[in-house]
Ligand binder design. Structure first.
Ligand SMILES: [Mg+2]
Length: 224
C-alpha cells in the first residue's frame, strides 16, 4: 500500500518503530494533550514582549506585541514556534494526570506519541517526555496525521485510539484511518472553552482520568 502523504523525514521514524499487531494501540498527541503548550507559550511570548489574546483557537492573528497590540506576521510565527520548541519543549509542564493516565493504559495497550514537533527538536521532546514520566516512542510528524495513523494501524488486529486537540487532525484520521477511535481533548481550559467537539471525533473528553477510563472500558467491553 502507498503512503504518499507521509513526509520523507517522518517515514524512517515509522519504519524504525515496532508495533505488536495483536495489542491495542494508543496514539497520543503531545502539545495540549500531554504538555501544557499554552502555559509554556505564554511564558515564552512574555519574554519577547508579546502576548496571546485568546480570541480564537489559532496561533495566527492571536500573537500580538505588548507595545502596540498588533498581531505579528504569519511568517514570524513559524520562526517563533521553532525557537519555542528549541528552547522550551524539554521543560514544558506536563498536563495533570497525563503520566498517570498513560501508566494505567500501559497495562492494556502499546502507546506511541505522535507530535508535530519539528523533527530537529525531537530529542528535546523526548527529554521532556522522559523527565515527566512518559517514556514512550515518539514520531515527530510533519503535516496532517491521517496517513501516519493509517501506517501505524495497518494490519492491526486490535482496537486503536487517537487523542488530539486539533480538529483537523481528527478529520485527517477520519479520512485515512476511519477505524481508529478518535478522542478529542484540549488540556488548557481557556483553549477548551473556545471550541466544541471536533466534527470527526467520536468523543470529547475533559481530563486524563476520563480518557484512560474510556479507552480501558472500550478495550475490555468493546463499548464506550
Ligand atoms: Mg496538540
Amino acid at each position: 500500500m502507498m503512503f504518499t502523504g507521509i513526509h520523507d523525514d517522518v517515514r524512517p521514524q515509522l519504519e524504525e518503530l515496532t508495533i505488536d499487531r495483536d495489542r491495542p494501540l494508543v496514539i497520543t498527541d503531545a502539545d495540549e494533550v500531554l504538555f501544557n503548550f499554552m502555559i509554556g507559550l505564554e511564558d515564552f511570548l512574555k519574554s519577547l514582549d508579546l502576548y496571546f489574546d485568546w480570541s480564537s483557537f489559532a496561533l495566527s492573528g492571536n500573537i500580538r506585541r505588548i507595545a502596540d497590540k498588533e498581531p505579528i506576521d504569519q511568517m514570524e510565527i513559524g520562526v517563533l514556534l521553532s525557537n519555542f520548541f528549541d528552547q522550551r519543549c524539554a521543560v514544558l509542564p506536563a498536563v495533570d494526570g497525563a503520566a498517570e493516565g498513560l501508566a494505567s493504559l500501559r497495562d492494556h495497550a502499546q502507546i506511541v506519541v505522535l507530535s508535530n514537533v519539528p523533527p530537529k527538536h525531537a530529542g528535546k521532546r523526548l527529554l521532556g517526555l522522559k523527565d515527566k514520566g512518559m517514556d514512550f516512542p515518539l514520531i515527530a510528524n510533519i503535516g496532517s496525521k491521517g496517513q501516519v495513523v493509517r501506517f501505524l494501524t495497518e494490519g492491526l488486529n486490535a482496537p486503536a485510539y487517537f487523542i488530539d486537540d486539533i480538529p483537523h487532525n481528527h478529520s485527517s484520521v477520519n479520512e485515512h484511518a476511519a477505524h481508529v477511535h478518535r478522542l478529542h481533548y484540549i488540556a488548557d481550559p481557556r483553549l477548551s472553552d473556545l471550541l466544541g467537539p471536533a466534527e470527526h471525533s467520536h468523543s470529547r473528553l475533559y481530563n486524563w482520568p476520563e480518557i484512560s477510563a474510556h479507552i480501558i472500558r472500550h478495550i475490555e467491553t468493546g463499548e464506550y
